[in-house]
Design a protein around this ligand. Structure first.
Ligand code: FPP
Length: 258
């Protein structure tokens, strides 16, 4: 569980600066549950169950590392195409996670937000999600965003639709990146600093497409059920070595400019 309070908000580092501090906002594509189970001769559901344990460890480790916001990819709009029994296992795990962990998260000052469309999600899970969001809305120690029935393109479409509706209602404010971002599911969270994908795959798979614009990407070979504090620290260490330029240039040494 996070032990440190959320730090005061600061702006993005200037172009050319390195990422010396902890990333404020980390997102994780939790990949490899199926392979983890397969290697042990277990059903895929066992991999997903262990994946939930890894998620619990990682939320705690992220808070302890000084991260303010963690966004995880729990279930994509494309995951509905998996066999019905696997979809049903995943739904069951979400129910179990919320039921077993919400009180602990709430007590630890974690605010829970679920990113993604609610249409198509079983009604009892929608009620659970809304309950978890309402129950933790006043918490500000750590923000846990769970992308569930989420797709990055769908989210951008929804933001565009939101903007179009506001225009039709007479809002003539110019469309800026900042204004557009307010229609995204992640509105209000800190700028995304780091995206991690486990299992060795090197794709974004429709995750946080808008938010990824200037995020650093770290791909790790570990399978998600084996994840926790140590691999997260390694990923953060790699992030801290990166030079973030935001499209600018590295600062030239003073001698070179003379
Ligand atoms: C990818 O592994 C993982 C998922 C599709 C779901 C991630 C879900 C969890 C960690 C558990 C439940 C989530 C919540 C939000 C409580 P994969 O099945 O694609 O693995 P593979 O690529 O090895 O087959």
């Amino acid at each position: 569980m996070p032990e440190q309070p959320v730090a005061a908000k600061s702006g993005a580092p200037a172009p050319g600066s390195s990422s010396a501090g902890a990333p404020r906002h980390v997102a994780i594509i939790m990949d490899g549950n199926g392979r983890w189970a397969q290697r042990r001769g277990l059903p895929r559901a066992a991999g997903h169950r262990e994946g939930v344990q890894a998620l619990k460890r990682t939320v705690e480790a992220a808070g302890n590392a000084g991260v303010e916001c963690l966004t995880v990819f729990g279930f994509s709009t494309e995951n509905w195409s998996r066999p019905a029994d696997e979809v049903s296992d995943l739904m069951g795990l979400v129910r179990a996670y919320v039921t077993s962990d919400l009180a602990r998260l709430k007590k630890a000052g974690v605010r829970v937000k679920v990113l993604g469309r609610r249409t198509g999600v079983p009604a009892d899970i929608v009620r659970m999600i809304e309950g978890a969001e309402a129950d933790t809305a006043a918490n500000n120690r750590f923000l846990l965003q769970v992308a569930f029935n989420y797709g990055g393109r769908a989210d951008i479409l929804d933001a565009a639709e939101d903007h179009a509706q506001r225009r039709l209602a007479g809002d003539a404010a110019p469309l800026t990146e900042a204004a557009f971002s307010t229609g995204l599911a992640s509105a209000g969270s800190p700028e995304l600093d780091l995206i991690i994908r486990t299992s060795g795959e090197r794709r974004l798979s429709n995750f946080l497409l808008w938010e990824a614009a200037y995020a650093e990407l770290v791909f790790q070979d570990i399978l998600w059920p084996d994840y926790g504090a140590e691999p997260l620290a390694q990923a953060i260490g790699e992030f801290q070595q990166r030079q973030r330029r935001y499209g600018g240039r590295l600062a030239e040494p003073a001698m070179a400019r003379a």
